[in-house]
Write a protein that binds this ligand. Structure first.
Ligand SMILES: [Mg+2]
Ligand SMILES: [Zn+2]
Length: 250
C-alpha cells in the first residue's frame, strides 16, 4: 500500500484481548468487579461515564489495602495476542510512512503499563485517552479523570459518545493537528465498541474500518450505518491473526 497511512487503534478488545477496566478488578476483587458493573449501569439513570466509575471503584480498592504494584501486575498479565504484537511491529518496521494512533476510553496508566510490558512504548505517535495519576499523598491510590473535563461545556456529540470523550471529535482534532484528513492517503481504524462508531463517521470512502465481529460496533454499523451516512469500507475480524494477515498488505 503506497502513501502515508494512519492506523488508529481502540485499545480494549481491539488492541488487547480484554477490557482493561474490568480486568484489573477481576484479577484483584470479585466484590469490586461486581460493584463496578452496578455503578456502570447507573441507578436507572442510564450508562455512567467510564472513568468516573473506575475512579470511584479504584478508591474502594485503595481503601481495602490493595497496592500499586498489584494493580500494575494485573495489567502486565492482561491478555494481549502475540499476533497483534507481530502485526504492528512488522508493519512499523516495514513501512516508515505509517503512523499509529491509540484512541481509547481506558486511561494513561493502564495503557502505558501494558505497552511497556510488551516493549511497545514507542509504537504510538500519540495516545488519546483519559488522564490518570497516582495520588501524590497516597501512592497506592490511582486517580482517573475525564479526557473531556466536566468543568468544560459538553462536547456536543450527537451520536451517543459518553460525556468524558467524543472519539470522533478527538480523531478530527488529531487529524487537524497533522495537517488535515487529506494529509493521509489512507486511514485504518481497528475497533469494536459502541463509541468507535462516531470516529468511523468522520472517515472517507477508501478508508478502512476493521470491526470486531459480533460486538457492539458491529451491531451499530448494521443498525445505523446506512442512515448515518457511513462511507468507510468495513472488514470484520474475530482474532488478532486476521489483523496480522491484512496488515501484510498495508
Ligand atoms: Mg474497545
Ligand atoms: Zn462522538
Amino acid at each position: 500500500m503506497p502513501g502515508k497511512q494512519l492506523i488508529v487503534f481502540d485499545f480494549d478488545w481491539s488492541f488487547v484481548d480484554q477490557d482493561t477496566d474490568r480486568w484489573v478488578f477481576e484479577v484483584l476483587s470479585t466484590e469490586l468487579r461486581r460493584l463496578l458493573q452496578t455503578r456502570k449501569a447507573g441507578d436507572g439513570t442510564g450508562m455512567q461515564c467510564t472513568p468516573d466509575v473506575v475512579n470511584d471503584t479504584m478508591k474502594d480498592l485503595y481503601e481495602r489495602g490493595f497496592k500499586r504494584e498489584q494493580i500494575l501486575e494485573a495489567l502486565r498479565i492482561l491478555p494481549f495476542h502475540p499476533a497483534m504484537r507481530r502485526a504492528v511491529t512488522s508493519l512499523k518496521g516495514r513501512n516508515a510512512d505509517t503512523t499509529f494512533l491509540c484512541l481509547s476510553n481506558s486511561n494513561e496508566i493502564y495503557i502505558s503499563t501494558i505497552l511497556e510490558k510488551h516493549n511497545l512504548s514507542d509504537l504510538f505517535a500519540a495516545i488519546i485517552t483519559n488522564p490518570a495519576r497516582w495520588s501524590p499523598s497516597a501512592p497506592d491510590h490511582l486517580l482517573i479523570d475525564r479526557r473531556h473535563p466536566a468543568s468544560l461545556p459538553p462536547h456536543g456529540c450527537t451520536v451517543g459518545c459518553l460525556a468524558n470523550m467524543c472519539k470522533g471529535a478527538e480523531l478530527d482534532d488529531y487529524l487537524a493537528e497533522q495537517g488535515g484528513k487529506d494529509s493521509f492517503d489512507k486511514i485504518v481504524y481497528v475497533g469494536d465498541g459502541e463509541n468507535d462508531f462516531c470516529p468511523l463517521l468522520r472517515m472517507r470512502k477508501g478508508d478502512l474500518a476493521c470491526v470486531r465481529k459480533g460486538l457492539e460496533l458491529d451491531k451499530r454499523i448494521k443498525e445505523e450505518g446506512e442512515k448515518a451516512g457511513l462511507k468507510v469500507d468495513v472488514k470484520y475480524w474475530e482474532q488478532a491473526w486476521q489483523i496480522d494477515e491484512w496488515v501484510e498488505r498495508f
